[in-house]
Design a binder for this molecule. Structure first.
Ligand SMILES: N[C@@H](CCC(=O)N[C@@H](CS)C(=O)NCC(=O)O)C(=O)O
Length: 242
């Protein structure tokens, strides 16, 4: 791993920088992680739609060769992939003094119990790998609706998110012990909730009837009432559009 310890303005600034788009569910996950750990960061907007998409421009693909947000600059590293970013933030926040130096450090991305940690990772991974990729912008643009037809996009995204949510609801029955816990795993917010809430926003956007999934709905409502989730919401971002 190349660690850039140079003296560019970016590294001198010391503050982590997140390349994000207000409505990107993957970037939203990382906004939640940083919020939960109390890490202050600079927001760098990458417009995914304007002029064919800034994510495809060379100055961004130099950072993220897949042309996707998020990318997080932190500790002299340029990190991509939200799952990997969560693991990095979780591991480094356990270094004594690290989270305290960065912010409040009063949250944790993963539970202490090893079985609960596995449960939280299953939920996050199922959303990140089984659901979100098939309804991502570039898939909608090329596979679902090459002609740009909105109804084809809705049909495609609705189908894949609905079938994903059928399975996710069943997984949540296990991880919540049939709804006994407040959040996806236990009574504290974890990585799993940070992946769930943005995916529910996408579901609603693509006209999925989320009320058909009682645990998904209940946990999302619990999360949305928290200041952490309000601050990370797309509408609260500097690049939000009306
Ligand atoms: N596996 C990646 C997925 C990232 C991703 O799909 N980002 C979307 C926004 S949520 C994106 O940048 N899409 C741009 C495009 O499809 O052109 C992660 O978890 O970070």
């Amino acid at each position: 791993v190349e660690r850039d310890e140079g003296t560019t303005a970016e590294n001198m600034a010391d503050k982590p920088a997140l390349y994000s788009y207000w409505r990107s569910s993957s970037a939203w996950r990382v906004r939640l992680a940083l919020g939960l750990l109390g890490v202050d960061y600079e927001y760098r907007a990458v417009h995914l739609v304007k002029d064919g998409g800034e994510q495809h421009k060379a100055d961004y693909t130099d950072k993220n060769s897949f042309g996707l947000v998020p990318t997080l600059n932190i500790d002299g590293l340029e990190l991509t992939e939200s799952l990997a970013i969560f693991e990095y933030l979780h591991e480094t926040s356990k270094i004594p003094g690290k989270a305290a130096a960065a912010g409040s450090g009063d949250g944790s991305l993963l539970p202490d119990d090893v079985a609960e940690r596995a449960a939280a990772r299953q939920v996050a991974s199922a959303i990140a790998t089984n659901i979100q990729p098939i309804q991502n912008l570039r898939v909608l643009q090329r596979a679902a609706a090459p002609g740009g037809e909105m109804e084809k996009k809705v049909e495609w995204a609705n189908y894949w998110i609905s079938s994903g949510f059928e399975a996710l609801e069943k997984l949540l029955e296990k991880t919540t012990e049939n709804g006994k816990s407040r959040f996806c795993v236990g009574n504290n917010v974890t990585m799993a909730d940070c992946f769930l809430v943005p995916q529910v926003y996408n579901a609603i956007r693509w006209k999925v009837d989320v009320s058909k999934y009682p645990l998904i709905s209940k946990i999302t409502a619990e999360c949305e009432a928290l200041p952490l989730f309000k601050a990370a919401h797309p509408d609260a971002q500097p690049d939000a559009q009306p």
